[in-house]
Design a protein around this ligand. Structure first.
Ligand code: BG6
Length: 494
């Protein structure tokens, strides 16, 4: 535990405590922090939700989402002692006053008690909850912090409405906007790789890098979440936030320091050099049922409105029009119901000019975000033996092998700890959100306004056929030689 950090005087209030996000992510992350001794013995975690259930019942539900082995049962029991539960409505003052009294009792013997409010809530109640909290539960006996998660609106204007409404209740330094990809180990590693390795720093520009591909693939469709998903689509769900965040870390200039505001300013600066996406820069898709009929198409999902044109796949090409990157395409690709689960950043370098080896392939640096975190560099090597032929090989930093005794924390665990410690580096600042929406709003409005039909692709495939041509027409080159990276989990990847 950081020496001057303690949660002794902090109460964490989880709004939406009985919902999916809280059960699947927030509480398991808090358990992770407890397990790693980041929560002091006196930290209280108060769940608040509409369901009128007993604390014991609530605990039982939470336990079913925690990952532990039987010998850790006492650890789990220790964690459960921190939990409290208060039920109440989201739109009336009185239950919040009751919550406030409850929190006061927990802090009865303390002169100081900080409050961290975690909103694991649907967006429709973000504003009323923030307003009621400000009015009834805001403390003057310590700091207040509000953790909130996307969707941050649906376009530039609706995001502005949300920003202003939350901004009238909480100061920007009190707000922690989660993009959970910023909590992932390999996303956090981008800055270390770029700014602490002289050779990477030296070639990290348009002179040496031909194109950058940032990919997110999921092997399952929207099963069960069709209602939510259809309102947003893959561009808002993944591309405008998770992938764009990665892009800004890959493309930004070095921040002046590791200070949160320096980092966030460097990220905003890079976004300012990106033009809004136009129809020529993007291709959208929607999955249909698998060939053998075992997997349903998007439109077969009962929760999806009939005839919906919502994209479940998108690939876009963007340029950062500054001196470092002018002319280098950043290709962002994401989709559901594809052939595999994978998130990665692939930096493809330029060809060697007048290379004396005719069949050499391009160098690529791959940062594998998930699964199986890794950084590997594809290089051309002499084929061992009595010839001068070349073969593609790799310099491979697979985390499972190199850091086998280390446990990589879950993204939410890392982010909640940051918020408890007051570190904003990995949270989205208001102006960053404005820039992200500026880039994506026109194309979203066009897709929806003109009912642009997505291309079809089969559940479990690699996406629409046209996407491969799109990516290659934007500069990405497939290997000239067959190459397969074999990671230590025997999973194979191009
Ligand atoms: C969420 C999206 O933000 O990220 C989901 O809303 C997506 O649609 C999820 O499945 C992916 O997160 P992870 O951490 O599982 O890669």
């Amino acid at each position: 535990m950081a020496s001057n950090f303690t949660t002794e005087n902090t109460v964490i209030v989880v709004f939406g405590a009985s919902g999916d996000l809280a059960k699947k992510k927030t509480y398991p992350a808090l358990f992770g922090l407890y397990r790693n001794k980041f929560l002091s013995r006196e930290t209280h975690i108060v769940g608040y939700a509409r369901s009128d259930i007993e604390l014991e019942e609530f605990k039982k539900r939470i336990v079913s989402y925690l990952k532990f082995i039987p010998s850790e049962r006492s650890l789990v029991d220790g964690f459960l002692e921190h939990l409290h539960y208060v039920s109440g409505q989201y739109d009336k003052d009185e239950p919040y006053q009751k919550l406030n009294q409850y929190l006061e009792t927990l802090a009865a013997d303390k002169p100081e008690m900080n409050r961290v409010f975690y909103m694991a809530l649907p967006p429709s109640v973000f504003i009323p909850v923030a307003q009621h909290v400000k009015k009834n539960v805001y403390t003057t006996k310590g700091f207040n912090r509000l953790i909130v998660e996307k969707p941050f609106g649906k376009d530039f204007d609706s995001s502005k409405v949300l920003l202003n409404a939350l901004g009238s209740c909480f100061k920007e330094e009190e707000i922690y906007r989660i993009d959970h990809y910023l909590g992932k180990e390999m996303v956090k590693n981008i800055m270390s790789l770029r700014f602490a390795n002289v050779f990477l720093g030296a070639i990290w520009n348009r002179e040496y890098i031909d194109n950058v591909q940032i990919t997110f693939k999921e092997p399952f469709g929207t099963e069960g979440r069709g209602g939510y998903f259809d309102e947003f689509g893959i561009i808002r769900d993944v591309m405008q936030n998770h992938l764009l965040q990665i892009l800004s870390l890959v493309a930004m200039e070095s921040p002046a320091s590791l200070d949160a505001e320096d980092i966030r300013s460097a990220k905003v600066d890079v976004l300012k050099f990106i033009e809004p996406i136009t129809q020529d820069d993007i291709l959208i898709g929607q999955y249909v049922g698998s060939e053998d009929g075992s997997k349903p198409g998007y439109l077969d999902d009962d929760t999806v409105p009939k005839g919906s044109n919502t994209p479940t796949y998108a690939v876009a090409s963007m340029f950062v029009n500054n001196e470092r990157w002018q002319g280098t395409p950043f290709i962002l690709k994401c989709g559901k119901a594809l052939n595999e689960q994978k998130a990665e950043i692939r930096i493809q370098f330029r060809d060697v000019e007048n290379c004396i080896f005719p069949h050499h392939s391009r160098n690529e640096l791959v940062i594998r975000v998930q699964p199986n975190e890794a950084v590997y560099m594809k290089i051309t090597n002499k084929k061992p033996g009595l010839s001068m032929d070349t073969v593609i090989s790799e310099l491979d930093l697979s985390y499972r092998r190199r850091f086998s005794d280390m446990r990589i924390p879950e993204a939410y665990e890392a982010l909640i700890l940051d918020a408890l410690q007051g570190d904003h580096s990995n949270f989205v600042r208001d102006d960053e959100l404005d820039e992200a929406w500026r880039i994506f709003t026109p194309i979203l409005h066009q897709i929806e306004g003109e009912h642009i039909e997505p291309l079809k692709y089969v559940y479990g495939s690699r996406g629409p056929e046209e996407a491969h041509q799109f990516i290659e027409s934007h500069g990405f080159r497939r290997d000239r030689q067959e190459y397969i990276w074999v990671d230590d989990g025997h999973q194979r990847s191009k």
